[in-house]
Write a protein that binds this ligand. Structure first.
Ligand SMILES: Cc1ncc(COP(=O)(O)O)c(C=O)c1O
Length: 456
């Protein structure tokens, strides 16, 4: 164990190269062999560590801008290892007493930041937390549906057109199908509350049962925040569950400077929060928070069956009773350790520095003649190139794609492109501290260079 950890620590925080530049077959042959008949011993594992480090993307590189995360916080990595050492699984208090208490306290701590009472569960990620929102909303609209099913009702869900695709996944998985998800248009990236209200009225008139509004706090492409106060008001008026997908923007809960982005979250029925994004916990560390203490046990009523797992004197404390999972990692420790080490203050500063870096880039883009700032919100900066004369939108899209590929192929940086208002844009986000102001300047000069190179 010591030898293997030493091996990993040698490379810890090495940010010299972003990726190997190798293709699938080359990576595969570098990783081989995958199985051995005879024991390979520790040497085989050491070689495998080298091969993995050489061929995996280095998310700590300042050019890793493609996703909402980067390298995880050291304290969080150690927490993850610690849970592996004990091999804790969360289903019952009997086998996970300390981890149960830690998870319960972390749920309360996140809830406190949001003005929630302190109930919820850690999940497998933001997608799963959104699905949990759907499940709870279904049980709330149709009490007993966890046992009786949908009873012939046509349920309808509502989210903005810019909401994450996991909302479709949730509609799919709870059995109502993606057509039952009504996508509401946005104004400047925010769900239009009036259009939402009208759509709900229309669906009711059609004889359908609106059961959830999912608003987004920090959209995936634009980083915008829906008006949570206005949407809560509509939800309350129609008696519909309001779930907030704060998987990305929930990090603002830690920042005194940016907390106002989440104004109104306290009025929602539930929300999703990912600590493995801007907060820097290692994958995965995601929580689903609710107002109503009883909704999770009602929604997970299948766990009432007196299963052997919960048949212990402390079964009321067993978190397996309110989770769809049986075996479950003790993910809450990852947030706990980072929180202990850095405090709310340090985690908030982490958020502030990401947003500051993005703001710096947004200003530079605005002033650059070859670039157009399509949008800037939270830590997301969306960029197009100033069109050449007679350049069509489609040609502009191709330019964005070519530039993105050029940057990635030349290992300058990894950045996403995405459709926004029917146009392909470069989507930049700063989600880890290595993406500082200097890194944004480097990104900008790489972007300009790539634009000139591919235009040749
Ligand atoms: C707004 C939003 N919600 C949910 C998710 C899904 O989160 P996860 O990857 O943890 O499932 C994402 C992922 O980027 C996201 O941007």
């Amino acid at each position: 164990m010591e030898q293997l950890l030493q091996k990993i620590l040698q490379d810890f925080r090495n940010t010299s190269s972003l990726h190997s530049g190798l293709n699938y077959d080359q990576i595969k042959s570098r990783l081989m062999p995958f199985t051995l008949d005879e024991p390979g011993g520790i040497d085989a594992v050491v070689k495998a560590i080298d091969a993995y480090l050489d061929t995996s993307v280095n998310t700590g590189h300042p050019g890793f801008l493609r996703a909402f995360w980067g390298p995880s916080e050291p304290a969080s990595i150690v927490a993850s290892l610690l849970t592996d050492v004990r091999n804790t699984t969360m289903h019952s208090f009997a086998v996970a007493p300390s981890a149960t208490i830690i998870e319960t306290e972390m749920i309360k701590a996140i809830s406190d930041l949001a003005g929630f009472p302190g109930h919820g569960i850690f999940t497998t990620g933001g997608s799963n937390s959104n699905e949990m929102g759907f499940l709870c909303a279904r049980e709330d609209a149709l009490p007993g549906s966890s046992v009786n099913g949908l009873s012939g009702q046509n349920l309808r869900a509502f989210s903005s057109v810019e909401a994450h695709y996991s909302v479709d996944a949730a509609a799919n998985m709870i059995g109502i199908g993606t057509d039952a998800l009504i996508r509401i248009p946005c104004i400047d990236g925010k769900m239009d509350p009036q259009a939402l209200n009208e759509a709900i009225i229309q669906e009711k008139q059609n004889g359908n049962l609106p059961f959830i509004i999912l608003s987004t706090a920090g959209t995936t492409v634009r980083g915008s925040f829906d008006d949570l106060n206005a949407i809560s008001e509509i939800a309350q008026k129609h008696g519909i569950w309001h779930h907030v997908d704060a998987a990305w923007g929930g990090a603002a809960l830690f920042s005194n400077k940016h907390r106002n982005l989440l104004n109104g979250i306290e009025k929602a029925d539930s929300f999703a929060f990912d600590a493995h994004k801007m907060i820097g916990s290692s994958m995965v560390c995601s929580a689903f928070l609710v107002h109503d203490e009883s909704i999770l046990s009602r929604t997970m009523s299948h766990t009432n069956r007196g299963d052997y797992l919960f048949d212990d004197p402390n079964k009321e404390l067993s978190l397996g009773r309110i989770s769809p999972q049986c075996g479950r990692r003790a993910d809450a420790l990852k947030l706990w350790f980072s929180w202990l080490e850095q405090g709310k203050k340090g985690l908030g500063e982490r958020v502030n520095s990401c947003i500051d870096a993005s703001k710096h880039l947004a200003h530079l883009v605005e002033e650059h003649p070859q670039l157009i700032l399509v949008s800037f919100s939270f830590s997301n900066v969306c960029i197009r190139f100033t069109p050449h004369s007679n350049e069509t939108i489609e040609q502009g899209n191709q330019r964005v794609r070519k530039v993105r590929n050029y940057l990635e192929d030349h290992a300058k940086c990894m950045v996403l492109d995405s459709i926004l208002d029917n146009q392909l844009v470069i989507r930049f986000t700063a989600s880890h501290p290595n993406v500082d102001k200097a890194a944004t300047e480097e990104f900008l000069s790489n972007l300009i260079e790539a634009n000139e190179k591919i235009s040749l």
